[in-house]
Design a protein around this ligand. Structure first.
Ligand SMILES: Cc1ncc(COP(=O)(O)O)c(C=O)c1O
Length: 386
């Protein structure tokens, strides 16, 4: 076993795929300190800059006493009043009857998918869905059909061919894709879900707080909230806190409380985190200018990079610059670090082979002037137009 482990690490090193953990100190306002140097952080999902907002800190501090930890799972004695208040707020925010809070987005996806589907069911999943969705599908034992990214014709073809050979069917997609920053055709998928008698679950991890007039996400923006049976999302990205949720019907919530193993067999979130999540939801409602500024800066930034000849994807605050080769992505990232930008390279298996990239995630704290300077700085790197 030890020999195999060493050879895997060596292989990863040779392929430019070995990861190391950097020790970082978040400084707020879109900056971090690493190894004594201050960087502009372009690799954070704190899209609205809420993680350093004083209202979140105040709410968390106020809820720290008399206990720090929640001490038990929800079904034992860990279901505090704050958990229920947060679930009611999320249900309202997402336009669903009910909601259930989970400890993380990863736990929610793995637990929900494996609770809903079994070996007699089938799952239709976008090819670029997040690892937590992939792992939930694997754990479920259901038959998997992956449709080409955002390709509803391919999805329909698979549905026509496979749906009726299985007991139940679930369609899964992210709404804003984490590594590509593009947006799923949720309206068309919700039509297909109805036509082919499937359940439809969306992951709004990167859309919540950003899209929609009230910040509810892509479903809200597209006016198809009712089209999905389960809307999953996290508090750990635009909301600047921690934990996750599924907004759904009362019946499905009851079902998950009784069957979802990642929910049942894990200590519930501590009250301080729940209080911070509640404060973040208030800020999303009260400060729409954060998402408006962010999206307008993203538009400006993407257009500027394209003008300089970079291969850029997406339609959101996530702006991936496609580099191609793993080692080249590491080199560009090192070059940018030298200029004071923290941009981590994203490589396989997180993205497909040959599509290593710099995944730039913009936040409210990035200014148009700063973004313009970044474009100038990255343009100084020898190779572009990959
Ligand atoms: C699309 C998507 N879903 C789920 C998750 C997991 O969420 P969390 O970080 O809360 O575990 C992530 C996080 O990277 C994600 O990008």
């Amino acid at each position: 076993m030890e020999r195999r482990i060493n050879s895997i690490l060596k292989e990863r090193q040779q392929e430019g795929l070995l990861r190391r953990l950097a020790t970082v100190s978040p400084l707020g306002s879109g900056k971090i300190r690493v190894g004594g140097r201050k960087y502009i952080n372009l690799s954070s999902n704190d899209y609205l800059g809420l993680s350093s907002h004083p209202e979140l800190a105040r709410a968390a501090l106020a809820a720290l006493s008399p206990v720090v930890g929640s001490s038990a799972s929800r079904l034992m004695s860990g279901s505090t009043r704050l958990h229920h208040v947060l679930e009611d707020r999320i249900a309202g925010f997402k336009g669903k009857e009910a909601a259930l809070v989970f400890n993380s987005g990863y736990q929610a996806n793995v637990g929900i998918i494996s609770a809903l589907c079994g070996k007699d069911d089938c799952i239709f999943s976008d090819r670029l869905n997040h690892a937590s969705i992939v792992d939930g599908i694997r754990l479920s034992g259901a038959r998997l059909f992956r449709f080409r990214h955002n390709d509803t014709d391919h999805l329909e073809e698979l549905l026509c061919r496979e749906r009726n050979r299985h007991r139940g069917a679930l369609i899964l997609t992210e709404t804003v894709f984490s590594m590509d920053g593009d947006i799923a055709p949720v309206g068309r998928i919700s039509q297909l879900k109805k036509k082919h008698n499937c359940m439809f679950m969306v992951d709004e991890a990167h859309a919540t707080g950003i899209f929609g007039a009230c910040g509810g996400g892509v479903l809200e923006a597209e006016g198809v909230t009712g089209g999905a049976d389960i809307i999953m999302g996290t508090f750990s990205k635009a909301l600047g806190g921690f934990g996750s949720y599924a907004a759904t019907s009362r019946t499905l919530r009851d079902y998950l409380v009784n069957t979802c193993r990642s929910f049942i067999y894990s200590t519930s979130l501590p009250p301080s985190i729940i209080a911070a999540d509640l404060a973040a939801l208030e800020l999303i409602k009260r400060e729409p200018h954060r998402r408006e500024t962010l999206l307008s800066n993203a538009c400006y930034f993407r257009a500027g990079l394209k003008k300089k000849g970079f291969h850029v994807r997406g339609d959101s605050q996530i702006v991936p610059i496609i580099v191609g080769e793993n080692k080249e992505a590491v080199r560009v990232s090192e070059f940018l670090k030298g200029k004071g930008y923290w941009v981590t390279p994203v490589r396989p298996p997180t993205v497909p082979h040959g599509q290593a990239r710099l995944r730039i995630s913009l936040t409210f704290d990035h200014t148009p002037g700063g973004l313009e300077k970044f474009i100038k700085d990255i343009s100084g790197y020898g190779q572009k137009n990959h």
